[in-house]
Design a protein around this ligand. Structure first.
Ligand code: NAD
Length: 252
């Protein structure tokens, strides 16, 4: 049975990933900082309350995975926070560091401790959640965009480093995904640009050729494919699941 670890699995994209993997018969282990949300997740999932950027906690988690599962087939390094929506001159160093830490160091730590488990099994798949902010510029979201670009660099490097051990690494770049997290971004952008929330929302959708926001399950389905044997020769790829944006309008 496939054994998969999903960071930030108690909400949104991570939760949808856990549901899709579980529906496909995988054993699921999720982490999140939100204990109350973890408590509402299915009993059959393993759960650990953990900050993805806490190395001591991540190391202990992987020791537990080693003891209980003996290995790990797939890692979805998904934890991330939006960080500030602000002009660069208004971004504090503290906010910059926290955003980069959760997004990038969270992915680094998960990969660092998953790699030995996967290497010893000579197989594995790492799926990193980047963003379309990791393939385009994203005005007013400097720390987030910088971290998501860095995740792509991390993934590309690990694909080369770990490929000879049978480990595949890919990054999914979600577009704007429906949900509470995006609501916060829409509201802050509307305030910053003197627009209504609905106008900003419509602008996001209009910026895609499919004229659509994305659903968390769209991302989860791609993660499940990338972790599956059907994707056995797919590695080092940046896959946008975004309704297709070539050149998003920075005014949106
Ligand atoms: P979400 O807010 O719905 O869920 C995020 C989860 O992460 C929450 O359960 C929260 O408790 C948890 N979390 C927050 N900080 C954490 C930390 N330090 N350690 C562990 N868990 C933590 O968010 P989402 O929309 O599902 O986002 C998931 C990933 O997808 C993130 O990496 C995000 O950057 C990326 N992404 C989201 C969108 C979008 O439109 N929602 C677009 C592109 C990329």
């Amino acid at each position: 049975m496939t054994q998969v670890l999903i960071t930030a699995g108690a909400s949104g994209i991570g939760r949808a990933m856990a549901e899709v993997f579980a529906d496909q018969g995988a054993e699921v282990w999720i982490t999140d900082i939100d204990q109350a949300s973890l408590d509402t997740m299915p009993h059959s999932w393993r759960k650990t309350c953990l900050d993805a950027s806490d190395e001591v906690g991540v190391r202990a988690l992987f020791e537990q995975i080693h003891d209980e599962w003996g290995g790990l087939d797939a890692l979805c390094a998904n934890a991330g926070i939006a960080g500030p929506t602000a002009l660069i001159e208004d971004v504090s160093l503290v906010d910059w560091q926290r955003c980069v830490s959760v997004n990038l160091e969270g992915a680094f730590l998960a990969a660092k401790y998953a790699a030995p488990l996967m290497k010893s099994a000579k197989q594995g798949a790492m799926v990193f959640t980047s963003s379309t902010a990791g393939i385009y510029g994203y005005p007013n979201r400097a720390p987030y965009s910088a971290a998501k670009w860095a995740i792509v660099g991390l993934m590309k490097t690990l694909a080369m480093e770990l490929g000879p051990f049978g480990i595949r690494c890919n990054a999914i770049c979600p577009g704007a995904v429906e949900g509470p997290r995006m609501e916060g971004v829409l509201e802050r952008e509307a305030e910053l640009k003197g627009m209504t929330r609905d106008d900003v929302y419509q602008g996001y959708a209009a910026g895609t050729s499919m004229r659509s926001f994305v659903e968390a399950k769209d991302i989860a389905n791609m993660a499940a494919f990338l972790a599956s044997p059907e994707a056995r020769l797919v590695s080092g790829q940046i896959i946008a699941v975004d309704g297709h944006t070539e050149n998003p309008d920075p005014k949106v």
